[in-house]
Structure formats: C-alpha cells, structure tokens
Unconditional design. Structure first.
Length: 86
C-alpha cells in the first residue's frame, strides 16, 4: 500500500511539474504578445505627439494669418472712410 501511495504522489508531483511548464510557456507567449503591443502603442504615441506638434504649429500660423488679415481689414476700412469723407 505504501508503494501505491508513493507512486500516486510521484504521479501527482510530475503532473504539477508538467503543467507548470506549460503554464510558463503560455505566460511567456502572452508576455511576448503584450510586449509587442506595448511597443506598437509607444510608436503610435510618438507619431501622435509629432502630429500634435505639427497641428499646434499650423494653428499658430493660422492665428497669425487671421490677426494680419484683421489688421489689413481695419487699415482698409480707415482708408475707405478717409477717401469717402473727402
């Protein structure tokens, strides 16, 4: 009977060891997939930050253009008022 018990314990422990290796393999595979996903997300973040910088630069340029056009319109109105008052 003790022989049967020892054999059962050995089989049980062997089962734990084998199942542990499979779980480690699955974990490493999942970890690799997640690392690739993280790398892709970091690259996307960098790209989005560059686009944001470009858009902010364009916004500043457009705001300066708007200010210049407003100044031009004001100056044109003044000229028209002066010309029409003569």
């Amino acid at each position: 009977m003790t022989r049967h018990l020892r054999f059962s314990i050995v089989v049980f422990v062997a089962g734990l060891i084998v199942s542990g290796c499979v779980s480690t393999g699955k974990f490493k595979k999942m970890e690799e997939g997640k690392n690739q996903e993280i790398a892709a997300l970091k690259q996307e973040k960098t790209t989005l930050q560059q686009q944001k910088g470009e858009l902010e630069s364009q916004k500043t340029t457009l705001e300066n253009d708007i200010a210049a056009l407003r100044n031009w319109c004001r100056a044109s109105r003044r000229k028209l008022k002066r010309a029409s008052s003569r």
